[in-house]
Design a protein around this ligand. Sequence first.
Ligand code: ZN
Length: 319
Amino acid sequence: MFILANCCGIVPPRLIGIPQILRQRTIQRYVHAIGTGVHSAKRVRMTLRPAGENAGIVFVRTDRGNAAVRAKAQNVCDTTLSTSIAEAGVRVATVEHLMSALWGMGVDNLRVEIDAEEIPIMDGSSAPFVDLIRSAGLVEQSAEREFIRIKRSIRVTQGDGWARLDPFEGFGAAYTFEADHPVYNRYPKRAIVNFAQTSYVDHVSWARSFGLVAELDQAHAINRCLGSSLHNAVGIDGDEILNPEGLRYENEFVTHKILDAIGDLYLLGRPVLGFFVGHKSGHAINNKLGQALLRCEDAWEIISAPTEDGVSTPEVRVS
Ligand SMILES: [Zn+2]
């Protein structure tokens, strides 16, 4: 085992979506964060600790006798406005932004201790988690990293939304939404990212959650968004964005949907080699796609150290 990086010299996270990292990684030392659950509004202390080879990402509820909840698609128990997982009746809520950051930083093995049910929302993006992982440093382990290589397209639909995974060399994502709203209409409703050319940290991780103030009462009625504020989301009221600082990217809304999809897909347990396309999709469809993929065993294979000619289909269809 040797140290890849520390707070002074991180490995550039670009190209992380493609099989450049061939050994599993964990963090070098433990780090803490304190924050609030966006849905529960409860304060939570989170500690990230190194984990051994092939451990995967494991959440540990220190307030529930150190019960472990593994980050697995099979453990997804709720996708209402966020993704929650559960194991043996113990739940961990809102895992997607942290999972997205772990994918973006190429972290395979990690113990995530929390003293409440929900992962802290931080600023509503995954950038604070990226910073946390950077401050912990990364360590390369001996075991080979494994990838889920998509061999044929898989598509799921729900209502008027759908999502698909296509074979692709590396990892990329495209997303479109169609909401007809005076604010959304001013900004791009489509984004496409090939992570062979685009840095997750620079161009995706800063995108925050967003929502209409008019829909907050509805969310509060089902005990969601109780901790939501302009410190952890982009708030939209009428035809204006309420946050004085405005947007971080011109396409922040659609980019956040890609950030979410990456986090949801990383619950498959290994990075995907494929191209994700989402249309009006959210956590429910993302997780349905993951479940469908696991059921269709002829649609994927687990590989390690893929060769350049081991994957194909460079042409990307986004519709
Ligand atoms: Zn999100």
